[in-house]
Every structure is written in structure tokens, then in C-alpha cells.
Design a protein around this ligand. Sequence first.
Ligand SMILES: Cc1ncc(COP(=O)(O)O)c(C=O)c1O
Length: 454
Amino acid sequence: MSFDVVLDRAHRIALRFLAGLLERYVNARDPSPPLLASLPIDPSDPIDVLNALDALIEAGGIASPGPRYFGFVTGGSLPVAVASDWLVSAWDQNTGLHVMSPAIARLEDVTAAWLLDLFGLPPDASIGFVTGATMANATALAAARDEVLRRVGWDVERDGLQGAPRVTMIAGAEARSAIDSACRLLGFGAARIVRVAADAQGRMQSDGLREALGTVRPPSIVCLQAGHVNTGAFDPSPELIGMARGAGAWVHVDGAFGLWAKAAASLRPLADGVEHADSWAVDAHKWLNVPHDSGLAIVAHPAAHRAAMAQTASYLLPATGERRDGMDWTPEASRRARAVPTCAVLRTLGRKDVSDLVTRHCDRATQMAERLRAHPRITILNDVVLNQVLVRVRSPSGATITCDVVARIQQDGVCWVGGTTWSGQPAMRISMSNWSTTSDDIDRSAASILSAAR
Ligand SMILES: Cc1ncc(COP(=O)(O)O)c(C=O)c1O
């Protein structure tokens, strides 16, 4: 079968799905959708296979790219992002080496420069185009681990961690689990992280960091957060980074979504000072609204970044040099050209509309908080400084009924909100990051949430 027929069918399925997102029941209609039970012996018609995949998503898919999905921090996909992502599959360029696709290597270089400019980060920092913020944290922290050990005379790339000087990892009590995951992958152990107390918004407290730094000696790494996953709050970077630097620590910032605040003038003060860190993790698939999977590992010390990631083999050598080999900056070798949708969105929106996109979501979060605050038994638990709204609902007798309300909202299917725990009690998270969410969507969703609360 030719590409024509198969891609044409895929195109029609995709268009129907995308058009349906505006009104689609947001939850899965069938949480255990039908699937072929066993691998067939005989071949199938590719069109039948596409139709079966369509049926699978119709029943069990979630309208997470739609305007009223407020779960996790999910983002959406702008039309040019979806279209260019299709081209990525059609072109199927391997971005591991410059020699395998000079065009994409060049595109990655240019896109990296645009991103550093938008984020106000050092222009000579390096960027690895990885799968998401979890992998971006792991990649940047691998560079951090190797460099802080190199500074005390230990070559971890050659000799590994056994017998190495101990590296102290310091993170906020409210650091996202991606930092734990990186610590597990990198051999630090999640339980060994020195935790610094957080304030009521989840921000690392400076007294706590001062105390922690007083008890450790280099090599050490301090992980800060720009954008708490529940509250959207930012660790106070200028003070904390100054302190950590004074103690000789490498400073890493997990800014999976919050780093995008740097792209909007009105929000930039929230992230003041993060540019002085040594490394950053951020997602494009969250706030830039490109399809999954697209994260960015950014390191202010390219030599350390490359030393931690690059592979060497005789057959790889001819292509290395000044030109970009994508595999020098990511844990993978072969890799799809995932920078393409990021480049396409940045070029389409320009600086101004990236700023508008981010600002608009924060306005929607404020609108949602205002609507919900009107209910006497709903409490907004956070200062709504960014795109996150954290909510608790009580019954007339004062009992927390947040979990039941979340389940009811999900069942209702007008919008989708998730649950979390905040100050030891259940809470509801409402996160704005989809380009297509309108003010009407907020009103409709607020009505559904209020009705569930009643
Ligand atoms: C602060 C923070 N770090 C890391 C992550 C993980 O990102 P990803 O799912 O892209 O790996 C998230 C996801 O919400 C996050 O909010």
C-alpha cells in the first residue's frame, strides 16, 4: 500500500479527533478500551489497523490536548506543532550525528540559540533535546555530578561512583519527584537527598538552605525549583543561588514549566535570578504547546555537558568536531528530530505571542480562582501567581470532600482536574497550559466544578 492512501486516512482520523476536542467528553468513555487480544498470524490491511487505532482512542482516549483538560501540567499542541511533528515522522531524520542530517543539526543550533535568548540564559549554554523534563533533570544533573567530582579530582566518567568522594544533593522538601528519579538514576539515592524545609507555598526556605550548606562541603549540588507543580511558586533564586555559589555548589533549576515565565515580561520577576544557575530543565511539551515528547536539558558549562553525554566509537569519529552532533548532548544516540516542532512554534509565534501564550494561561488561572472563590465552602490554597490553582472543598459539616468532588468532575466530563495532597490533606489541582482554552471554557468548567461541589 502506498503512503498516499495510509497517510490520507491518518489525516482524516486526526482531523476528526482534533475537531472533536472542543466538545468531546474530556474523560475516557471506556477506561478499558477494546484491543486485539493476541498478535495475529496473518497480515492485516493497514487501513483496518488505523481504523482499529481510531476506535481505541475513541473509547479510551482522553481529550488531554483539548481546551478543558487541566490535569497535571499537560500543555496542548498548536496546529503548526502537530503539522511539523508529522513531518518529523515523514522525514525520519536521525539527529544523533551532524553527518546524518546537517539540516536538523543546523535547526537544533538555531532553535537552541532562540530558546536561550527567550529564557535570558547565557548564550553559550548548551541544550540537549531530550524527551521531557524528567530526562532533562537527569541529563543536567549527570553533567553536574561529573563536573563537581572532576573539580575534586575524581573522573566519574572513567571510574564510576564506587570509591568516589561523596556528592551531597540538596533539594527543597517540595521538590518534584523528577529530582528523586534523577538521583536514583545517577547513583545518589533518593533517600540521601538533604531536604530543605519549604514555606506555605512550597518554596525552599533560605534559612534552611543556609543551615544545610553549613553542614556539607563540596562536592555538592543544590536543586532549586522554578514553578511548583501544585502552587506554581518559585524558589527565591537570587538569595539561594548566591548562598549555594558561596558554598561552592553547582546549582540546578527544575523549571519544567515555570522557566517559561522568563519569556513574558509581566511574569519574568517571578523567575529573577535563575539565569545565574549552572543548569536548567524545562519542557517544550508543556508550555510551548508542542506534542510530547520534548524536553530541554540546558547547561551553562558545555564541556561538562558534553563530557557526561558524548559517546565515542571509531565509526562515530569522522562526524565530530565543531559541528553539532545531537548525541553529544542527550543520553540517546539515535533520536527523532524533536526540535522541529519547537522551532516551528517559536518561528510562528515569535517572541510576542510566546509571551502572550504564557500570560494568557496565568490570566485563565486567575479567572478560575475568582469563579471558585465565590463558593463559601471552596478554599483556594495557593497564591495564584502563575498557571496553577490549588483548591480544597469542604462539606457543610466542614469535612474535606475534595476527593469525591474531583471524582465527580472527572465523571461529569466537562473538564478534567486532578488530585494531590497539600499540607497533609487532599486537594484539587487545576493547571492551565493549553493554547485553545478560552475564557468561556473557564466559565463552563467552573460551573461544572461548582456543581460537583454542591
Ligand atoms: C517541576 C516539574 N519537574 C519535572 C516534571 C516532569 O516532566 P515530564 O513529565 O516532562 O518528564 C514536571 C511535570 O509536571 C514538573 O512539574
